[in-house]
Design a protein around this ligand. Structure first.
Ligand SMILES: NC(=O)c1ccc[n+]([C@@H]2O[C@H](COP(=O)([O-])OP(=O)(O)OC[C@H]3O[C@@H](n4cnc5c(N)ncnc54)[C@H](O)[C@@H]3O)[C@@H](O)[C@H]2O)c1
Length: 413
């Protein structure tokens, strides 16, 4: 039985606490966060997840648990990792460190995180839930024999879209790392790469050979949306970020030389019922599709009853309406892969190993995200087989991340 401590107690930590109801051999025993820790610990105790207590410092938390999860904002990653390292130097005996996506805002930060974890000799898990989505995993398993005969998928199209993030820090490119490409492109790029990876190969098996990208500010740079963001303390006329991105990556199988293509589309302007994850895989002679907005469940709320709606997000993440015909997903932690990413990490940590996706894998995804920003900025294809380009990427901080998105974004003022 492993005890878990959560660093951060906001939106995603709440999702993870719900997921832990369906994971064996774990208890949630600690939470540490400037906001929401008491509420999360109370909810976890109510759910029978373990005697979750609030800890004032990360060091105290690390000394009291077996596994810590970094579920705090992207800008806090390095400070948190330093606190974890200090705790380990002072006697904390961690069996695992988890970090939510994205691992970091850029490659310099990702390198520090990966290096620190390695130096601590603590196994890691990079939480990228979409690779664990049961529908994707099941489709791959059912097609394993077909793939063996016909070959791996050669085109993957993936998308994650919704109407915009919930907290102001996500909108600030200097704090978050960019706009939608950094926030959700990391999901779509990772899952597309996974769809293209031949069965039985590790998740970083394919060699990325080139990246092209287009980004724009299509909705949130215009009124009345610009004004609505201002009311929330976000000024997109001063520090804009992309609310749309399309990234195309070419991969090569290092053994056969076969080339495949991933297309990742992400947006924060998806004015539709709620969050949609869309994956399409095309192989030689076969295909599959996953659309998280298709559900056997639905609800209807009339105008007369709409005033009584408490929280429309109870039915669906990033739900955009509280009346009419609504989509109902009864188990989002399972649908999006959260439960299975926990099961994978816990099983690995119990055996002293990294999860299927570790911090090094998170670094690879960060590199692809940086290459996408560079491609957009330079307006040409980025050649990832060129050692000079790889060196440049190591130090690269996108203009959007620097708060200078106005120089490179179509649609910015
Ligand atoms: N897998 C997914 O689909 C998914 C979904 C949402 C968020 N995320 C990721 O999870 C992370 C957190 O996002 P969120 O939506 O929960 O954010 P949030 O703003 O809702 O919550 C952040 C939490 O972290 C705490 N926090 C802030 N600074 C901290 C610090 N220095 N040390 C410790 N805690 C601190 C806050 O008090 C709050 O409790 C982000 O990296 C985000 O990219 C992943």
């Amino acid at each position: 039985m492993l005890s878990i401590g959560m660093i951060g107690a906001g939106f995603v930590a709440g999702f993870h606490a719900k997921s832990l109801r369906s994971v064996r051999n774990v208890k949630l025993t600690g939470v540490c966060a400037p906001k929401g820790a008491k509420e999360l610990a109370r909810a976890a105790r109510k759910d029978g997840l373990g005697g979750a207590k609030v800890y004032k410092t990360i060091e105290e938390l690390c000394k009291a648990v077996d596994v810590v999860g970094i579920f705090a904002p992207n800008f806090a990653r390095l400070d948190i990792m330093r606190d974890i390292a200090r705790a380990c130097e002072n006697g904390a005996e961690l069996k695992g460190i988890i970090c939510e996506k994205p691992l970091a805002r850029n490659l310099q930060e990702a390198d520090v995180l990966a290096r620190m974890a390695k130096a601590l000799h603590v196994p890691t898990a990079y939480f990228e839930n979409q690779i664990h989505m049961p529908s994707i995993v099941e489709a791959r398993q059912q097609l394993a024999a077909v793939e063996q005969t016909m070959g791996a998928a050669h085109l993957a199209r993936s998308a994650e879209e919704h109407g915009g993030p919930h907290e102001p820090w996500f909108w600030d490119p200097t704090q978050q790392g960019g706009g939608v490409c950094c926030d959700m492109g990391c999901h779509s790029i990772a899952v597309a790469m996974y769809i293209l990876t031949p069965s039985g190969r590790p998740p970083d098996y394919l060699e990325p050979i080139s990246v092209t990208a287009e980004m724009a500010l299509l909705k949130w740079g215009k009124e009345p949306w610009l004004g609505r963001l201002k009311e929330r303390g976000v000024d997109y006329s001063a520090t804009p970020a992309e609310d749309y991105s399309l990234v195309t990556i070419e991969f090569r199988d290092p053994e056969t030389g076969v080339v495949s293509v991933a297309q990742a589309t992400n947006s924060w302007m998806y004015d539709a019922p709620g969050l949609r994850l869309l994956m399409e895989a095309f192989g030689p002679g076969y295909s599959y599709e996953v659309n998280s907005l298709r559900s056997p469940g639905g609800m209807f709320i009339s105008d007369a009853a709409a005033a009584a709606v408490g929280d429309s997000e109870l039915a669906l993440e990033k739900s955009q309406a509280s009346r009419g015909a609504l989509i109902l997903q009864h188990n989002e932690p399972s649908l999006y892969g959260y439960i299975d990413e926990w099961r994978d990490a816990i099983a690995a940590f119990e055996n002293g190993k990294d999860a299927l996706l570790n911090f090094e894998y998170g670094r690879t995804v960060t590199m692809l995200i940086m290459a996408a920003y560079m491609a957009h900025e330079k307006k040409h294809k980025i050649d990832l087989t060129d050692p000079k380009t790889l060196q440049e990427l190591d130090r690269y901080v996108p203009l959007i991340q620097q708060g200078k998105g106005g120089k490179v974004l179509l649609g910015a003022r």
